[in-house]
Design a binder for this molecule. Structure first.
Ligand code: ZN
Ligand code: MN
Length: 518
């Protein structure tokens, strides 16, 4: 049977769905030559409120299975939900930061589905009346700015966690399934973009750039930890291809739960190349949800439900939400500086090259730590040096992120201040940092404990220099005869005598001075 071409009836059309091997994909350059990619991104953000959306149960990650539950989040008959004000506040703040309108009045809706991760058999969500709508932000990729229009931000609740035992970890073929409702009822915000056009070859990076923007934004707002590896931020990636220059939207696929920035980039690229191969061969893309596989490809999931399948209707157990306009205004005026704006400001203030600044952005948590270190009195260059070299190395060695290191920006600034007053040289400063990381106390306490300060005993310093000169007459003669570079060996000898507790530059100065006098 021929592949679907113009003139054939739909019944005669083959819909392509399986994963393609890399040699079956259309090369990326060809995809962007022939097609315009259109993106749509749906991101679920798990809020870090203390309690759940409708009850007082804690939202803490981990914990014994089914230990953070009550009649409300277990959906027991007769229990009634009460809306978490903090969750509404977080949602409004997210909406404002995405330049959305805030609804004067909106309702919750029941999204009905029969699956054991939601014990009520419906999820309380929002349907045609979202709290925030019609916003948009700009994402910069490679110096070009792309507009990402926002359709809506709505409030809903998370589902419980199912563990399928036996088989391949999916429900089909499993022997039995374990249910943990600790996550059921945790507040979720769903941020949905409108279709994103005009990204061309940058589509994969625009998608991950948008997700990074959202992640940084909710962290700056303090509304979510946004740890993708814990599922605090989960992205569904919609991709379709239109023929180059055409306004006609292609059929999209929706790849679910793509949970890292790299996976989002890769999933968009893969779907563009897969759909490009199908369309170029005259086939048709099937509208469906797909799974992202760590091997770097997508496989078919279920055929996409439509809204009708969920039988949405207004939630009768909750009153409508009508945020006080004065409260919304207050939240608008007190929202933090946007991370992208802040980044641009700090880049200008600190005066790094784009590359130096890029290294800071590439290292998780480094920007905030460096900013706080600068606020504590350190120069930007020194703050950057400590966090991106010595501390990055320590973090790497112990397998933690920079923010997880047991040293504060204030302590780093303190170490640098000791370097600048000449109390510590670089190698002593590194030993002090090691002591702080080992839990020995503040930098001053570590200096005291190990007697790490550079020697301030001028007599001892002069004596060590005199001894080094006396022990190395040939080197001393070389320096005297106009070869100051030879002084390195003398400086090394002095540093050894003083167990490294001297300022090498100062020693050099004194060595040269003594040799020119004699
Ligand atoms: Zn509960
Ligand atoms: Mn949702």
């Amino acid at each position: 049977m021929g592949r679907g071409t113009a003139g054939e009836s739909p019944a005669a059309t083959e819909y392509e769905s399986g994963a393609l091997m890399s040699d079956e994909l259309l090369p990326f350059d060809e995809v962007v030559e022939r097609f315009d990619p259109v993106l749509g991104l749906e991101v679920h953000v798990e809020l870090s409120t203390a309690s759940k959306m409708w009850c007082g149960c804690p939202t803490d990650f981990g914990g014994e299975p089914n230990s953070h539950v009550c009649p409300v989040c277990l959906g027991l008959p007769g229990s009634l939900p009460v809306l978490n004000r903090k969750a509404v506040e977080s949602a409004i703040r997210i909406g404002l930061s995405l330049n959305c309108e805030i609804a004067k009045w909106c309702r919750f809706a029941r999204k009905n589905y029969f699956y054991p991760d939601m014990p009520k058999d419906y999820q309380v969500s929002q349907y045609d009346e979202p709290l925030c709508f019609d916003g948009g932000i700009a994402v910069e990729v490679g110096g070009v700015t792309y507009q990402v229009p926002i359709e809506r931000v709505h409030m809903e609740e998370d589902a419980g966690k199912l563990t399928h035992v036996g088989g391949v970890g999916r429900i089909s073929g499993a022997d039995y399934s374990l249910l943990d409702y600790n996550r059921a009822g945790v507040p979720l915000m769903e941020v949905v973009t409108k279709t994103i056009h005009g990204t061309g070859a940058a589509a994969p990076e625009v998608a991950s750039g948008y997700l990074a923007f959202l992640r940084d934004m909710v962290r700056a707002l303090g509304v979510s930890e946004a740890r993708m590896e814990r599922g605090n931020l989960r992205c569904d990636v919609n991709v379709s291809l239109s023929p180059k220059g055409s306004d006609v939207l292609g059929i999209r696929s929706e790849t679910k739960n793509v949970n890292s920035l790299k996976a989002v980039t890769d999933a968009v690229r893969y779907e563009m190349q897969r759909q490009g191969a199908i369309l170029t061969a005259g086939g048709r893309v099937k509208q469906e949800t797909r799974h992202w596989n760590e091997g770097g490809y997508t496989t078919p999931g279920r055929s996409k439900e439509t809204a009708e399948d969920y039988r949405y209707f207004p939630e009768p157990d909750l009153v409508p939400v009508a945020p006080d306009p004065a409260w919304v205004e207050e939240l608008r005026t007190t929202r933090p500086e946007h991370p992208a704006v802040r980044r641009a400001r700090l880049a200008a203030e600190w005066g790094f090259t784009p590359r130096e600044f890029g290294d800071i952005l590439a290292s998780e948590g480094a920007l905030d730590l460096i900013a706080e270190t600068v606020d504590a009195g350190c120069s930007p260059a020194s703050a950057r040096k400590w966090w991106l070299t010595e501390l990055a190395r320590r973090a790497n060695e112990t397998g933690v992120t920079l923010p997880e290191l047991p040293i504060t920006p204030r302590e780093v600034a303190e170490v640098q201040a000791l370097v600048e007053t000449g109390s510590l040289n670089d190698s002593l400063a590194r030993q002090v940092i090691a002591g702080v990381l080992a839990g020995e106390g503040s930098p001053a306490a570590v200096v005291q404990l190990h007697g790490l300060a550079v020697t301030s005993d001028a007599g001892a310093l002069q004596a060590a220099i005199a001894a080094a000169i006396a022990d190395n007459p040939e080197i001393a003669a070389k320096v005297r005869s106009g070869k100051p570079a030879a002084a390195g060996a003398l400086i090394g000898a002095v540093m050894r005598t003083l167990h490294g507790q001297a300022d090498a530059a100062k020693v050099r100065e004194l060595v040269l001075a003594q040799l020119s006098e004699s």
